[in-house]
Unconditional design. Structure first.
Length: 291
């Protein structure tokens, strides 16, 4: 009876040891140095890496390179990893991505590029990543411009984070090509809510019922009369001055006023000239009489 627990425990210990051995093999065989591998998850985060690992397991599905010092990625780096579904590149030193980076990553659904050094999102930057569902470009303080065709090809994109950048405006064309968009974050940018922003704000108001956004955090930085106002607090009345146009009657009235002012100016100058001449003659006559 005393030996029965040992017999029951023995197989469990063997199974646990086998599981540990399998995990250990998964973390060593084909796994890049300074990274850990668990199944299809490759974690290389927080390793002070200056470059991406040269090779990854071919079945990598989730790759984290976050919290490193990576400043560039070689062209075609993802070409062999067709199973990749999530790529985390946050908190690095990236200012651009090479053309064609996503050619082989057709299953990529989640891409995090937050906390980097992007200043521009160029045209067709994600063209080959047509399966993207979530794209995070937040906390790129130098991000000043998003090209009107920056997100072309991302018909399935559902969540886009552009918060806490340096954007003062964004082209409506960049967002109208995202029919699946349901989440949009814009807060923390220095938005200039002038006349050029009216089409974008009108589009945003039309989508707000089904488009989750941080609209209350997104505020106007300029012009002064709307500084600090939430984007969605601006209505059509806020842009009335942008639509003021002059009719024919207005032009005729302005021309008439200009003509009258010109005649009055000429008449005034004429009268001043006569007055000055009379004063001069009177002064001369007074001098002659004194002599």
């Amino acid at each position: 009876v005393r030996h029965r627990p040992a017999m029951l425990l023995g197989p469990r210990l063997v199974a646990a040891a086998a599981a540990v051995a399998v995990v250990a093999m998964g973390t060593v065989e084909g796994c890049p140095a300074l990274c850990t591998c668990r199944g299809q998850v490759v974690d290389c985060s927080g390793q002070q890496l200056f470059s991406v690992p040269p090779e990854l397991p071919l079945d990598t599905g989730n790759l984290s390179l976050a919290h490193n010092r990576i400043a560039s990625i070689p062209p075609g780096y993802l070409a062999c990893y067709g199973q990749l579904r999530a790529l985390d590149l946050r908190n690095n030193s990236l200012a651009a991505l090479p053309a064609g980076l996503f050619v082989g990553a057709r299953r990529l659904a989640h891409l995090d590029l937050s906390y980097n050094n992007f200043s521009l999102v160029p045209a067709d930057m994600f063209l080959e990543a047509g399966g993207l569902l979530r794209l995070d470009l937040s906390h790129n303080p130098g991000l000043r411009r998003v090209h009107p065709q920056a997100f072309r090809g991302l018909a399935q994109l559902r969540e886009l984070d552009l918060s806490y950048g340096g954007l003062s405006a964004i082209s409506l064309d960049a967002l109208e090509g995202l029919p699946g968009l349901v989440g949009l974050r814009l807060g923390g940018n220095p938005w200039v809510c002038g006349c050029a922003m009216e089409p974008f704000l009108k589009w945003l108001r039309g989508r707000i019922q089904r488009c989750a956004s941080d609209s209350q955090m997104a505020e106007c930085r300029a012009p002064p009369e709307v500084a600090g106002a939430p984007l969605l607090s601006l209505t059509e009345e806020s842009f009335q001055a942008c639509h003021l146009t002059l009719t024919l009657d207005d032009y005729l009235f302005i021309a008439f006023v200009g003509f009258v002012v010109s005649i009055a100016s000429v008449a005034t100058n004429f009268l001043l000239g006569i007055t000055a001449n009379c004063c001069h003659r009177w002064s001369k006559a007074s001098e002659d009489e004194d002599v």
